[in-house]
Design a binder for this molecule. Structure first.
Ligand code: FES
Ligand code: MG
Length: 581
């Protein structure tokens, strides 16, 4: 504090003195700020302690964050017990089912909102409350760029429900039952019953979809309190994690534990390792690439594929396995998994507790017998859940979640059945005159970052009805889009470059032969270069544009999947490191 004038802050100011809005007179700025905070009923004592921002993403449109109010109360309790001043503030909230045209279209907007609110409002540390798929990546991206001490609080998973004595949970079972309904195995009445049971409480999807994936990744990154990934949304464990998170945020403010000390190359590598070992959502790669990109760290897909070959899937959760998030929590949560993965992790990576990941694994104790996390000797799947493909159809790479693909289709050559875009697919997929056989390959164009726009999760192309009623459960599908982490099938995603900017995918025609070889890590279009050049010249692709608004910003600046689908101007100006090594 300035000795002559206690109203004037120095550059190390904290609390409400931090980051004064300039009216050309710092003393007056603080005077005004105090007047308004007193207008809210606070006394002067509130000014002389760390201010901890709490990003409140509660929204009636977001049932996955339906416990936000209770979480905020617990976080505030933790902050005040530790001597800080809690200040919650709203940001955009994104829910998967309520975000048109797709939640991914809004992720970068939420990251900008988060970053700029952290920059704008006086706060010495920030608690990020996120859960639903895009929220945690958006918050970590924004906080990474803002640079202050930040800690992630996950909202937690929903409870599982029960349909006619069968345990169900969103959203792998949503798809399974919808598939049965489409195949006319269950009737209108039963599908309505299922609908009541799939989401049994507030909280995020209960399987290893993107929300659970990002929760586990956040803990693996060291960005949560240990044990912060798995407690279900409505439990006392979740509320205690919230209280601890608030208290830890105050310590982080006091010790200056900024986010760059946690989000290091080692931490990103640990997170990639965990992504593979949990059979995590393919979306996790895109989000981690975006988060790492904010820190100037590039994710090398080829190296990731090598890492996958030596990382078994250990977590027995749907859709790769059989359990749900609440079971993982009862089995000890991430500590159980991290203990098993220890030989493959960077144990010196710093976490938000001020202790290293290795120290936290030790502190969690020896573990106990359980059947949700397998040992490395008896994995669910011998290799990582995700394989990276390359070939003339995807010069910039593509991915497949091999752990939830049909083993019989992973080496497959077939004839392309092409859909030009999502509307065309919706229009024709169920028609009786669709010319398709079970050994064909469905190709969907124009659902990449710029194509849809927003790279929607339309990559999970449904089995055409005429095949579904014949009992066909899987078919090779290829697109430049994403798929929900709760989906399953032999599905090639994130084909880069996308068709909307003229990637080879744009020029695939009905009847072309395509070869998928997961063993060779290859996705090949068996059409000559000359023929491709001819097609390119005959009907060149014109990339989409928009006249104004967020859509213009999006189409002008969004990057491809291999750069995390972040806006180019939000990524770090240069990439200093590449992971995994
Ligand atoms: Fe929010 Fe699944 S819809 S986590
Ligand atoms: Mg999802």
């Amino acid at each position: 504090m300035n000795k002559k004038n206690p109203q004037v802050p120095d550059e190390n100011a904290t609390g409400l003195r931090k980051g004064l809005t300039s009216y050309g007179d710092n003393g007056f700025s603080l005077f005004l700020r105090k007047a308004f905070i007193k207008g809210a009923g606070y006394t002067d004592t509130a000014l002389d302690r760390p201010v901890i921002g709490i990003a409140n993403t509660g929204s009636a449109y977001n049932p996955c964050h339906g416990n936000a109010e209770q979480l905020i109360e617990a976080v505030k309790r933790g902050i005040m017990l530790a001597g800080g001043l809690p200040m919650d503030f709203p940001t955009i909230s994104i829910h998967e089912s309520f975000s048109f045209p797709t939640s991914m279209y809004l992720r970068n907007l939420m990251s900008m909102d988060t970053e700029e609110m952290i920059r704008a409002a006086p706060m010495d540390a920030v608690v990020l409350i996120g859960g639903c798929d895009k929220t945690v990546p958006a918050q970590l991206m924004g906080a990474a760029s803002a640079g202050i001490p930040a800690i992630q609080l996950i909202t937690g998973s929903m409870l599982t429900g029960s349909h006619r004595s069968v345990r169900v949970g969103a959203c792998t079972d949503c798809r399974r039952y919808w598939g049965k309904y489409r195949a006319e195995e269950i009737d209108d009445e039963e599908i309505a019953d299922v609908n009541n049971q799939l989401v049994a409480s507030v909280g995020t999807c209960s399987v290893m979809g993107t929300a659970s994936t990002m929760a586990c990744i956040a803990e693996a990154l060291g960005m949560t309190i240990p044990g912060g990934a798995t407690p279900p949304a409505v439990t006392a464990d979740r509320m205690r994690i919230a209280e601890l998170t608030g208290a830890q945020a105050v310590k982080m403010a006091q010790t200056g534990l900024t986010i760059d000390k946690v989000l290091t190359a080692e931490a990103i590598e640990n997170a990639l390792r965990v992504l593979l070992a949990i059979g995590g959502s393919t979306n996790g790669i895109v989000h981690l690439t975006a988060i790492a990109g904010r820190m100037g760290i590039n994710i090398d897909l080829k190296a990731l594929d090598r890492m996958g070959k030596e990382t078994p899937v250990l977590l027995d959760l749907k859709p790769s396995g059989q359990h749900y998030m609440e079971d993982f929590h009862k089995a000890g949560g991430m500590a159980t998994l991290l203990r098993e993965l220890k030989p493959l992790l960077h144990l010196h990576a710093m976490t938000v507790t001020g202790r290293t990941l290795g120290e936290e694994i030790e502190a969690a104790g020896p573990g106990f017998a359980q059947d949700v996390v397998r040992t490395a000797a008896h994995p669910i799947y011998p290799q990582g859940g995700i394989a990276v493909l390359e070939g003339n159809l995807a010069p910039g790479g593509a991915v497949i979640k091999q752990s939830s693909a049909d083993a019989g289709l992973m080496e497959h050559e077939g004839q392309a059945v092409v859909f030009e875009n999502a509307a065309d697919m919706a229009d024709r997929i169920d028609r009786d005159d669709l010319d398709v056989n079970a050994d064909d390959i469905l190709v969907l164009k124009n659902i990449g970052p710029k194509g849809a726009p927003g790279m929607p999760e339309a990559g999970y192309i449904p089995i055409p009805r005429k095949l579904a009623v014949q009992g066909v459960k899987d078919i090779v599908r290829i697109s430049d889009g994403r798929m929900s982490g709760t989906a399953f099938g032999t599905i090639v995603l994130h084909v880069t470059p996308e068709s909307a900017i003229g990637g080879p995918l744009a020029y695939v025609q009905n009847g072309d032969r395509i070869r998928l070889s997961v063993r060779q890590r290859e996705i090949a279009l068996l059409v000559s270069d000359e023929e491709m050049a001819r097609r390119r010249q005959a009907a060149p692709v014109v990339p989409p544009v928009a006249e104004r608004g967020y859509k213009k910003l999006f189409l002008d600046t969004v990057t491809q999947a291999d750069q995390g689908v972040d806006f180019d101007f939000l990524r770090a100006p240069s990439m200093k490191q590449s992971v995994p090594k």
